[in-house]
Write a protein that binds this ligand. Sequence first.
Ligand code: CS2
Length: 484
Amino acid sequence: MTRLSRSTCKTLPYDPALVDIGIVHLGVGAFHRAHQADYTDAVLAKGDRRWAILGASLRSGETRDALAAQDYLYTLAQSDESGERCRVIASLRGVLVAPENPQALIEAMCLPSVKIVSLTVTEKGYCHDPATGELNDQHPDILHDLANPDSPRSAPGFLVEAIRARKARGARPFTVLCCDNLPANGRTVAKVVTRLAQLRSPDLGRYVAEHIAFPATMVDRIVPATTDADRARIAAATGLEDAWPVVTEAFTDWVIEDDFPQGRPDWAARFVTDIAPFETMKLRLLNGAHSSMSYLGYLAGHETIADCMKDEALAHFVSHLMNFEVTSTLAVPPDTDVSAYKQALLTRFRNPGLRHRTWQIAMDGSQKLPQRLLGTIRNRLKAGAPIDALALGVAAWMRYVTGVDETGGAIDVRDPLKDELRAKAGAAGLDAKRLAPALLDLEKIFGRDLPTDPRFTTAVTAALDSLIRHGSKQTYENFRSTHP
Ligand code: CS2
């Protein structure tokens, strides 16, 4: 079959050779390619050719190897109840692989045409402490980057070195646009990058604090990892072989704080002055439900989120979590109907065209729990309100990170704290009264307040005890009986 490329693709709305690199993007995973690259493709297609993207992988060369042979073009397949629609995205104009040549990435970030450096490096990529949002200055990559500032490994290390290099050359700085699901993502990344710059020199720290803009964003699109079945189906539909297409839903949303001193593309996003209410609503309702469902569903043997939603008792749990425990903690964003938003979420979770694996979402829970569940729990406790569903979500994470499933099989737990989690779980054994306190002791996840609040510890321990004794399915079925 013919390979997708500039010469074989007949549907490109612009010539990818005639665009300028305006954005360097760190972390060219599926999410970036289905979200920001799609919005940017539309801008280039409308005729503003200044904003093509140069991607960078901070770890492996896989994406570059797959896309280089097809001129970095790829198919975006959008799926909803009416079926799947395929379109070729041309906004990505190259991929650098940072570990192969870190200096080349720094040079790219210093290009005069580059006005924005955006990032999707996942929660753990910022080397911060998830409970406080502060840089973890003992993180191995940060220690490496302080010792080798001109050949960094971490995203903050690349940002600081490129900011320094531009400053030394008298070039105007770029805007840093974090597109990860971190709470207050702009402010959090600003804090981390400013701190790392300070550790390099007080002068550089001051420069970052005074001159670099870090607009916050709320990004939303469900993008499961691409499978071989996706590749085969998309090739059959388009007639062109594509080594790394991306499958997503038709829905997409992007809310951005409009703070781009060097200019920005005219993305079809919502530009606002305060994204906090949008972000909290999305992190707590969508991502909070996702994470809770992923642990409970995985333990119950459900492979995908759509499978979880077919399990009526689990779908009931999700609705209860959203309606009775999360909604009361939200400040409703302007022009938003929260009921309609929740209804739409349930439909999105049910999308049969997306095989979004519970195992994929279960990854990196230590980095996700604070913004997805624990902040909500703090608000509820402060209001003296029940936290039964939220506590069950946290307990399911605890049961999951023991690394042993309900049939005694191994769980492939992926988490930067995996070893610590396994050691604690191993020492405690499958006993809720020992396991819960052992994991709650992780201050970088739970802070100091939650582990000492008996309302929280009692609820989590009871939920964990039920998960251990009765299994996940029986536990959420019982939940439905007690919370009709
Ligand atoms: C998911 C998110 O993998 C996960 O943790 O919860 O990637 C989710 O699909 C997106 O945030 C949706 O916008």
